[in-house]
Every structure is written in structure tokens, then in C-alpha cells.
Write a protein that binds this ligand. Structure first.
Ligand code: NAD
Ligand code: IPM
Ligand code: MN
Length: 357
């Protein structure tokens, strides 16, 4: 157990973030960990009230005063430009240099998988997504906007440093993280589109070859992103650690969420080893579900477990994961994963089980 009290910055954000984050905090509290929460109101309401997206020195405060950031989601139909989400979420990933977006894809129970004959041991892989570069950096521009000659350029930025550190992170993850059944991870697969995007593809291919040579005990594999999408659905058993760029990682991690029971089940961490890292469920603010007590809190609860593990706790995250599994088995869940209870009731059930285990 970690000895000093860990400080966690909490940003529920918009929509269902305001429901799933309090639900997950209840479960963290029930686990008895020694942590302290500080709440931040960044999000659409604040932006609409006073125009603030990220307050002055906001990221410096998060990085300097906290051990981790726990975040819900950003996105609100009232903010058509999505500017606040971009400045807060992408701003945090970029400015705090959280270069590794770790998105585990784990099936907890066969009932959650849309594929036939698939067991939990068959779906236990992880997407390691580059989180600070690619088409997300918004390099480019619009020329002759609004005319018949309009031209839009969205450049795909890939630096040697950025590509190398994410590939190395993937091999280190393979070395240090076990599968859910306790067995070792053995394979790292590069997912790209180097047959069409040849410049960026060439850089990723060369760096992957170099870095993989430093890890001779692990199998280095490659698939084009389109072929990988088929394989994720046809035979997820073959997948272990996948490393890829920002945009492909975004897309295949939602496909991965589909294998786990949907977006309500998927957890993620935005990590820079040694720096304050940020943890958020993979899903967004889901405006149609907001305020109805129907959003699945499990993605946020599993994200909380991931954060606690990152902070050095061991027993508590295991108890949280075991309790979530039991909630799924006993259908103490929201309707998207087969249950009949609401967000709060599902979290209450899990929290009680965590406290009593
Ligand atoms: P979304 O993930 O918010 O929702 C898509 C659909 O998935 C929902 O309509 C719902 O059917 C299901 N879903 C998602 N989370 C669920 C949960 N916890 N329980 C049950 N069902 C759930 O994606 P979207 O509709 O494409 O985006 C909505 C807004 O969220 C947009 O503004 C988008 O930009 C934003 N977004 C933010 C983040 C983030 O802040 N990390 C991530 C993704 C999307
Ligand atoms: C995610 C989201 C974000 C992304 C959006 C909201 C910018 O889809 O966290 O997966 O594309 O990274
Ligand atoms: Mn996404």
C-alpha cells in the first residue's frame, strides 16, 4: 500500500461525466485508500458562464500539486465549436506531455461480448496510443474558406522522439504488465498504414525495427490498421500489446470497447512515466444519456482502479476489479450491459461490496 496521502484532482466535466465520476469516487472511498480529492469545475458550464476553458496556470497546478488527475468527459451540444473540450482535454494531453494513452481491452464476462463463443481469456489486450502528435496537433489550415477553391490541410505530425518513446513504452509495458490470468505478455504489434502513408509509415517502421531489436525476448509484429480491424473482430485471441498513432488508436480503442461490452466498460490512462498522469473512461459525455441516471459507471470505476494501481496501491484496485466482475455477473449494472439498475445503484452495490471485501 502506498504510504503517503495521494492528492487527486477531479474534473467530472460535462454530461455523464458528472454522474460517472461521483459514482467512481464513492467506490474509491469505499476501498479505504488514503487519498484526497480536489474538485475542479472546468467544462461547458464554466465556459458558458465566464468564457474560461483552462484557467491561468491550470495545467501547472495539476502537474505541480497533484499525484494524478481523474477526469470524466468533455463535450456539450451548447458549445458547437467544442473549443472547451479541445483546450481542456487535448490541452492536458499535449501540455502535460501525457504521451502514452493506455487503453486495456479486457472482457470480464462472456455475456458482454457481441462475438460468439468468446471467453474472457480470449479478449485481453491493450492499445497503446500515441497521445501528443499525429493529426491531432492541428497543424495545417484552411485556404480560401467559403469559396469554390477552398482547401483544407490537416497535417500528420510524427517526430522521431515521439514515435520512439511510444514504441519503447509499449515494449516496457509488455515487459512489466501481466495478463489478467497472471501470464506474461509476449508480443508487441505495430499498427499503421505504411502501405499508403509512406513518409510517416517509414518512420514508424524504422523506429519499430530498431527498438524491437532491444527487446529480443518479445515477438515484434505488424498489421495495417484496416486488416487489424478485421482481426480484432475475427480473432481477438491473437492480440497482446498494440502500439499505434493518435488517430488509429482513438478508432481501434472504440472498436475494442465494443468487444468488452461497449463504451460504458472501457478504461484508460494518459501517462507520462514519472509525471502527474491523467485517467479517464474511454467514453465521452453522451449528451442523450446525461442527467438520467442511466450511464454505466463501470468504465469510470475501472479507470479509478487503474489510477490507484498507478499510484502504487495494490490490494484496493484488485478488490475494486473483483467487485465490478461480481456486479456484472449478478447484473447489478445499467441496461447497456444487461442489468436493470441505475448509475448510482450500480455504483452503490459495487462500493458496498468493495467495503465488505
Ligand atoms: P460518447 O462516448 O459520448 O457516446 C456514444 C454512445 O455510447 C452513447 O450515446 C451511448 O450509447 C454509449 N455510451 C457512452 N458512454 C456510455 C456509458 N457510460 N454508459 C452507457 N452507454 C454509454 O461519444 P459521442 O456521442 O461520439 O460523443 C459525445 C460527446 O463526447 C462529443 O462532444 C464528443 O466530442 C465527446 N467525447 C469526449 C471524450 C472525452 O472527453 N474523453 C471522449 C469521447 C467523446
Ligand atoms: C477520446 C476522444 C477524444 C479523442 C476526442 C473527444 C477529442 O474521442 O478520448 O477517445 O479523439 O482523443
Ligand atoms: Mn475516442
Amino acid at each position: 500500500m502506498a504510504s503517503t496521502k495521494k492528492r487527486i484532482a477531479v474534473l467530472p466535466g460535462d454530461g455523464i461525466g458528472k454522474e460517472v465520476i461521483p459514482a467512481a469516487l464513492e467506490v474509491i472511498e469505499a476501498s479505504g485508500v488514503t487519498v484526497e480529492f480536489t474538485h475542479f469545475d472546468w467544462g461547458a458550464d464554466r465556459y458558458l458562464a465566464d468564457g474560461t476553458t483552462v484557467p491561468t496556470d491550470g495545467f501547472t497546478t495539476l502537474a505541480g500539486d497533484f499525484n494524478a488527475v481523474f477526469l470524466g468527459a468533455f463535450g456539450d451540444p451548447r458549445v458547437k465549436t467544442n473549443i472547451h473540450a479541445k483546450e481542456i482535454l487535448l490541452g492536458m494531453r499535449f501540455k502535460m506531455d501525457l504521451y502514452a494513452n493506455v487503453r486495456p481491452v479486457r472482457l470480464l464476462d462472456p455475456s458482454l461480448c457481441p462475438l460468439k463463443g468468446i471467453e474472457p481469456k480470449d479478449v485481453d489486450f491493450v492499445v497503446i496510443r500515441e497521445n501528443t502528435e499525429g493529426v491531432y496537433v492541428d497543424s495545417g489550415g484552411i485556404f480560401k474558406q467559403g469559396t469554390a477553391d477552398e482547401l483544407a490541410v490537416q497535417e500528420d505530425i510524427n517526430t522521431r522522439k515521439g514515435v520512439e518513446r511510444i514504441i519503447r513504452f509499449a515494449f516496457e509495458y509488455c515487459k512489466s504488465e501481466k495478463k489478467s490470468d497472471g501470464s506474461a505478455r509476449t508480443r508487441v504489434l505495430l499498427c499503421d498504414k505504411s502501405n499508403a502513408m509512406t513518409y510517416a509509415g517509414s518512420l514508424w517502421q524504422r523506429v519499430f525495427k530498431e527498438v524491437s531489436a532491444e527487446y529480443p525476448h518479445f515477438k515484434a509484429e505488424h498489421m495495417y490498421v484496416d486488416a487489424l480491424c478485421t482481426q480484432m473482430v475475427r480473432d481477438p485471441r491473437q492480440l497482446d500489446v498494440i502500439v499505434t498513432n493518435n488517430m488509429f488508436g482513438d478508432i481501434i480503442s472504440d472498436l475494442g470497447a465494443g468487444l468488452q461490452g461497449g463504451l460504458g466498460m472501457a478504461a484508460s490512462g494518459n501517462i507520462h512515466p514519472g509525471k502527474t498522469s491523467m485517467f479517464e473512461p474511454v467514453h465521452g459525455s453522451a449528451p442523450p444519456l446525461a442527467g438520467k441516471n442511466v450511464a454505466n459507471p463501470i468504465g469510470a470505476i475501472l479507470t479509478a482502479a487503474m489510477m490507484l494501481k498507478h499510484l502504487g496501491f495494490t490490494m484496493e484496485p484488485s478488490r475494486i476489479e473483483a467487485s465490478v466482475l461480481e456486479a456484472v455477473r449478478q447484473k447489478q449494472t445499467t441496461a447497456d450491459v444487461g442489468g436493470t439498475v441505475g448509475t448510482r445503484e450500480s455504483a452503490d452495490w459495487i462500493a458496498k461490496r468493495v467495503a465488505g471485501s
